[in-house]
Structures are given as C-alpha cells and as structure tokens.
Design a protein around this ligand. Structure first.
Ligand SMILES: Nc1nc2c(ncn2[C@@H]2O[C@H](COP(=O)(O)OP(=O)(O)OP(=O)(O)O)[C@@H](O)[C@H]2O)c(=O)[nH]1
Ligand SMILES: [Mg+2]
Length: 413
C-alpha cells in the first residue's frame, strides 16, 4: 500500500473518530471497535515475519519460494552463514516476507571467545530482540522426522524464550514436514493423484500421517512447546526452475499451509500475505473482512444522530474499500479509478448514492431515531454491495458488467 494512500485513509479514520468523540461513549463504541480493526488491517499493514528453524537442506529456501509461487530465494547450498544473522526480506513484485534463518542455533557451533560478537548465535538473538517473529516455522525432512530431533527442539525453545523475554509473548510454532513426495512409494505423485493406483496412494498418504503423528507426540510431550504448537503439516515444496522459468511444480498441500499461516498472522500481517501468496481464497477472505468492517462503520455512522455530517466519510470509506480490495488483488488503484469503478457498477456518486445519502440524512433529520435505523440499513447494504462487486471484479477477475450485477443483487437482498 502506498504511503500517501495510507495517510489518506488514516486521515479519514481520524476525522471519523473526532466525529464520534462528540457523541456519548455508548453510541460510538461499536464503530470505534471497527475503526480500530480497519486501521490494523489497512493502515498498520506490514510484512509478515517468520523465523525459520531447520537443518541444512531441510527445504527452507524451497518453502519460501513455494509460498510466493515464484523464485525469490536460491535453492541448494547457499554460502555458509558467516557471522551476522539478520531479518532478511524476500520479495516478489507483490510483497515482502521477512525471514530470520536460525540455522546457526541448531548447529550449535559455539564460536571461539575471540569472535563471539559476530557469532551466529549472538546475532540471531540480537535479531529476535530487534523484531519479534509472527511465527516460528520448524522444518524437518519427512524422511528424518524419526532421527534425533531433540537438539532442534532445544533451538526452538531457545528462540521462544528469547521472544517471550523481550516481547512478552510466545510465538506460535508451525511444524512442516517437507519432502513428503520422496516417501515410499516414490513414484506415486501426491500433487497429481489422478490415475495413481489407489492402494499405493493410500500407502504414501498413510506414511505422511504416521510422520505427522510422530511429530505431534514429540511436541505434546514438552510442556512449553505443546502450548505453542499450531499444527504439524506434511508438504512438498518441490519446484524446479530453469533460468527463472518454472519447469516443474510438484507442490503439495502448500495451499493448506498458506491457510494456516494466514490465520495465525496478526491483523497487521494479513493483507500483505494474502497479496503476495496470490491465493484467491485468502484474498477473498481479507476482502470480505474489510467489506464487513467498512459496512459496519458506514452503518454505524449513519445510525449516529448527526444529520448530514456523515455524507463525506461514508463515500470516502467506500472508495477506500475499493482501493484496498484492488490492492489485495495485486493492483494499485488511484482515487479517480476507484470513483470510476463506483460509477461503472451503478453506485454513482454524483447521482444515486449522494441523492440516496441526502435522502437518508433528511429522513434522519426529520425523524430522529426511527429514520436513523432505516438509513443505517441502506448505508450498510450499499457498502456491502460495493465491496462484493469489487471482490468480483478485482479478485475474481469478472467483467465490470458482472460486478454491476453483483452490486445490484446485493441491494435487492
Ligand atoms: N523432493 C523434494 N525436494 C525438496 C523439497 N524441498 C526442498 N527440496 C530440495 O532439497 C534441496 C535443499 O532445499 P533448500 O530449499 O535449498 O534447503 P535449505 O533448507 O534452504 O538449505 P540450506 O540453505 O543449505 O540450509 C534442494 O535440492 C531442493 O530442491 C520437497 O518438499 N521435496
Ligand atoms: Mg536455503
């Protein structure tokens, strides 16, 4: 989201809040709550941060690429970590994830006294102190899940302890069993199960379940890790590129992983994640949430007994909603284009909407109380319609004509 746009939204929200300030606290309480959620989702949006724990070759870089669906990290042997471990931004054109590779902890290679300051362990701890991870991802090769992982679990606990001490919260842990595609029977394709022998396929899936359960048992046996565990998920992240062109995509269950990640992220990280993951269901999910929140705010303002004062904020909020949904889908929309969209779907600002809003305001003016309820309903419905039309057009890529029908359909319900 561009900075000018964010400050523009921030301004509208402040204007609203100062409007609410003039009212008794009970009246604006709900709206205030929605405004604060809107601010978290949109104004305070930032890159998600994941701390990765995983041995060499466990598939950390591949998992980052699998999340983006693009090559943003080098797969294979990267240069050995020398000294500094830091939050490292991985970006596609659509967004950024900050990653902290904590491998140095696991390898436990305590450095000599002389260069302790530059040691990986020290710098991992410094990075964790500087910024808290939203989540810890623990990666383990499915084929190595039964090998002694106690040392790895110690690294996990070390990270959790540091984060808790500094940031006063325990990050959720997601365990990812990678390389599931390499389990026996090797020639059975998990990512393309059609046409595979059912018995063979089930045998392979059963092996995944056994590994997941083994890891769950291991985590549940530890009183600290048990509390932080979100889930254990077997996946395949395998993709192969030739000159940055994707030639093989054998990802399996990455969509499910993306769902978990999205759900565990704090509100501030969700928008960016939905955008960069390019996953339509996540983009729909956050767009629907934004629509609900904005509709509730608009309805709330309309229900508040201030005649006329609500016209400007409601329209600017609806425009903001359109810009936000377009952004989630990967587009940057100007205020002008958002207004054009409103016109195109028939929610004309110059005619219908303003007239309706004026009518609404005067109803309220004439019949304080009863009129507010009616107008709040109209404001909510119109906003829901605009949000759904924007989702149809920008996220689901339907035509403007179809988006218009969605808007009209919503108003009729
Ligand atoms: N078949 C299969 N191969 C994978 C999978 N994930 C990673 N690989 C392969 O495993 C190798 C190591 O993967 P990386 O993603 O580079 O592992 P890493 O953890 O980043 O390794 P370091 O950076 O060296 O610590 C590469 O050849 C990947 O293609 C997977 O789920 N299935
Ligand atoms: Mg790597």
């Amino acid at each position: 989201m561009s900075v000018p746009l964010q400050s523009q939204i921030s301004e509208v929200l402040q204007k609203l809040e100062s409007l609410l300030d003039r009212l008794p606290e009970s009246v604006g309480k709900d709206v205030r709550h929605q405004i604060s959620e809107f601010r978290q989702l949109l104004v305070e949006t930032r890159s998600p941060r994941f701390a990765l724990v995983g041995r060499r070759g466990s598939g950390k870089s591949s998992l980052i690429n699998a999340i983006f669906g693009r090559k943003v990290a080098e797969v294979g042997h990267e240069k050995a970590q020398t000294g500094e471990a830091t939050w490292w931004p991985f970006s596609s054109g659509l967004g950024t994830i900050e990653i902290l590779d904590t491998r140095g902890l696991q390898e436990g290679s305590r450095p000599s006294e002389a260069d302790a300051a530059a040691s990986p362990i020290e710098s991992i701890m410094a990075a964790l102190t500087q910024k808290a991870p939203d989540m810890i991802l623990f990666l383990i090769k499915a084929t190595e899940a039964d090998a002694g992982i106690d040392h790895d679990l110690e690294a996990l606990k070390e990270i959790s302890k540091t984060v808790e001490k500094v940031h006063k919260y325990r990050p959720p842990i997601l365990v990812v069993a990678t390389h599931c595609d390499t389990l026996e029977p090797k020639n059975v394709h998990l990512h393309k199960p059609e046409g595979e022998n059912l018995d063979d396929l089930n045998e392979k899936l059963q092996r995944v379940v056994v590994i997941e359960n083994m890891l769950i048992t291991k985590f549940m046996a530890d009183p600290v890790l048990k509390e932080q565990l979100v889930t254990v998920l077997g996946v395949s992240s395998y993709q192969s590129w030739k000159n940055d062109i994707l030639r093989t995509d054998e990802r399996w269950r990455i969509d499910k992983l993306l769902d978990y990640l999205y759900n565990e992220l704090p509100k501030e990280g969700k928008l960016e994640f939905a955008r960069l993951s390019q996953m339509r269901t996540l983009q729909e999910s956050i767009s629907n949430r934004l629509t609900q929140v904005v509709a509730a705010i608009c309805g709330g303002i309309a229900a508040v007994p201030i005649p006329l004062g609500d016209i400007i904020p409601i329209t600017s909020l609806q425009i903001t909603l359109i810009i936000a949904i377009a952004y989630v889908s990967g587009r940057q929309l100007s205020t002008e284009s958002a207004k054009e969209f409103l016109t195109a779907i028939g929610a004309t600002i110059s005619a219908g909407l303003v007239l309706r809003e004026l009518a609404r305001a005067s109803i309220k003016f004439l019949f304080p109380g009863g009129g507010s309820v009616i107008s709040a309903g109209i404001a909510t419905t119109a906003t829901l319609g605009i949000g759904k039309a924007a989702i149809a057009h920008f996220v689901q890529k339907t035509s403007i004509e179809k988006a218009k029908q969605v808007f009209e359909g919503e108003r009729r319900t």
